[in-house]
Design a protein around this ligand. Structure first.
Ligand code: FAD
Length: 312
């Protein structure tokens, strides 16, 4: 039996969770789903699993990675699951790494395909998407996460049964908890949905230096992004970071200003249909992936582009 950790929002299983369910089906045998926290019962109604287990507990209002790991391990033990599959999202990956440590089993992260057997043969994404690795997973109980959007999701459907339960959680499971969330500015376009992203790197020079980037993003109805050098400097919040350890985006056009184009940055923006680079260095790595480039100072180039748009 395969157990799938299903994340949900507003009473609906997330797309990446449906992808995890599809991958788990490929392992053969019954598939059980685990939904955690408020809204779980509602979301379970649309989950195409043989059984949907819903963990309900007052302490699960906010994400608590150790509590999720404890629930995953407990349910896997009680149901005799031979594989545990989860979406390769931030929260599920966090919880699965902790579950793997508790079980003393390896975790194969970011899988794109699996072939059942002992060991399971799998393909997974490594190095920020620049490498596809074929591997064999030798484990007593196989733990896998699924690379987001690498496989088609299972069609939503009704589960065979919905089984709510109250997990037993220790105080130690609740030490790490989400205390607060930083929402993007109201009315702004989210990075995930933006058709245009104007992004700034260290070359912007300061937090205040983002004014022409914000101006151009606003004119184009787009969102502001940035590199890790910028978030590390505290100029912009991590929610705006593009890259391997930030957002993976796929806009119509990505305008990278003062961004050198490190592999880890490109891992987040290579889904863009077009890339326009604005950089003083014609030899910067971003130039080799850009469709268009302006070699020049962003503080001169961007105001000129914005002025031309305003005139048009
Ligand atoms: P720099 O590399 O310093 O580049 C600045 C650029 O600005 C240069 O090309 C320069 O020519 C140009 N410039 C300077 N002045 C101007 C000007 N006035 N006008 C125009 N251009 C100008 N990075 C990410 O971005 N996202 C990630 O998710 C990420 N994850 C990482 C994960 C790991 C494990 C590691 C090790 C690194 C990660 N990094 C990530 C960091 C990454 O390796 C680079 O260090 C980072 O992307 C560099 O940021 P940058 O391009 O803004 O800065």
């Amino acid at each position: 039996m395969n157990l799938v950790l299903v994340e949900h929002a507003e009473g609906v299983a997330t797309e990446v969770s449906l992808q995890a369910l599809a991958l788990a089906r490929g392992l053969g045998g019954p598939v059980h789903a685990l939904l955690i926290g408020p809204g779980g019962r509602e979301a379970a109604a649309g989950v195409p699993a043989d059984v949907a287990h819903v963990a309900e507990h007052e302490a699960l209002e906010a994400f608590a990675p150790d509590a999720w790991a404890a629930i995953v391990c407990d349910l896997a033990g009680r149901t005799g699951a031979t594989a545990i599959v989860a979406p390769g999202s931030e929260h599920a990956t966090d919880a699965m790494a902790r579950a793997a440590a508790r079980l003393g089993e390896p975790l194969a992260a970011n899988c794109t395909s699996v072939t059942p057997g002992d060991p399971i043969a799998l393909t997974r994404v490594r190095w920020g998407g620049s490498l596809l690795e074929e591997a064999l997973l030798h484990a007593g109980r196989a733990l896998l996460t699924v690379a987001p959007h690498a496989v088609a999701g299972a069609e939503p459907g009704s589960p065979g049964a919905v089984e709510p339960f109250t997990p037993a959680l220790a105080d130690a499971d609740l030490v790490v908890r989400v205390r607060d969330r930083l929402a993007p500015a109201a009315g702004g376009v989210s990075l995930a949905d933006a058709k245009v992203v104007v992004s700034g790197g260290r070359g912007v020079g300061s937090a205040e230096g983002f004014a022409p980037i914000e101006d151009l993003a606003g004119l184009l109805g787009g969102a502001v992004g940035c590199s890790r050098a910028v978030t590390m400097a505290g100029w912009r919040p991590h929610t705006e970071q593009v890259g391997q350890t930030g957002n993976k985006i796929a806009p119509e056009i990505y305008i990278a200003c003062g961004v050198s184009g490190a592999t880890q940055h490109i891992a987040g923006c290579k889904g863009a249909k077009r890339i326009l680079a604005v950089n003083t260095d014609a030899e910067a790595p971003i130039m080799s992936v850009a469709d268009y480039a302006v070699v020049g100072d962003l503080h001169e180039v961007l105001p000129a582009i914005s002025a031309a748009i305003r005139k048009a």
